[in-house]
Ligand binder design. Structure first.
Ligand SMILES: N[C@@H](CCC(=O)N[C@@H](CS)C(=O)NCC(=O)O)C(=O)O
Length: 203
């Protein structure tokens, strides 16, 4: 059975899972289900996307999906297997998956996209709090991509976690402005946005 990646295409985490499959060269079927749909909840009772199905395996959580794709199939390794190399890459995956996602996606992009008043205007309370904290997180990432990729000098799975978030955050005004103050991140985004794994997974 072909691997299935299930989830709404505009989700950064769904895009990460799809990017990993592309980078690995693994054929997959993308099923664009919404969070909390029956199809998603059948695999993840929390209703969060993405979820994945392959043969008799059904799994949730983006890192679990990405790690499975990287280790179950032939193709270029997207993460080191030696303990020290793996720790370095995992450190960046988890920082992006938790702290960066929380700030950039949950408390900024999602607020812009979905938190509207009765007249359709964006409710800015959370956005305005988050905007004050954006420069520190951008500075953290600016240093982290100084060698060309997230946390190092070669492409890894960690880049598949960061790129979809950067694509989303730079499409809103304060995110764009912060990004423009970060030359390393600008160069990083320009270079990686040419990869087929990125161009072929845009919504
Ligand atoms: N820890 C989960 C988080 C997944 C997640 O938050 N997905 C978002 C879409 S990007 C979602 O399903 N949101 C719906 C909700 O929060 O109710 C993972 O790494 O896969």
């Amino acid at each position: 059975m072909v691997l299935q990646i299930i989830g709404f295409p505009r989700s950064n985490f769904v895009r990460t899972a799809r990017m990993v499959a592309h980078e690995k060269g693994v054929p997959y079927e993308h099923i664009p289900a919404l969070p909390h749909s029956d199809e998603v909840k059948a695999i993840n009772p929390l209703g969060l996307i993405p979820v994945m199905r392959h043969d008799d395996l059904e799994v949730a959580e983006t890192y679990a999906i990405a790690h499975y794709i990287d280790t179950a199939f032939d193709g270029p390794a997207l993460a080191p297997t030696d303990p020290k190399g793996a720790a370095s890459v995992n450190r960046w995956i988890m920082a992006v998956n938790t702290s960066v996602d929380q700030m950039f996606m949950r408390r900024y992009v999602v607020e812009y996209a979905f938190h509207k008043d009765q007249d359709g205007n964006v409710v800015r309370d959370v956005i305005d709090q988050t905007v004050k904290r954006l420069p520190k997180m951008f500075a953290f990432l600016e240093a982290a991509v100084g060698k060309g990729y997230l946390g190092g000098d070669s492409f890894t799975m960690a880049d598949c976690f960061l790129m979809p978030i950067l694509a989303a955050v730079r499409s809103f005004p304060e995110g764009k402005e912060n990004m423009e103050n970060c030359p390393n991140l600008q160069a990083y985004f320009a270079k990686l946005s040419e990869r087929p794994s990125f161009t072929e997974t845009g919504s």
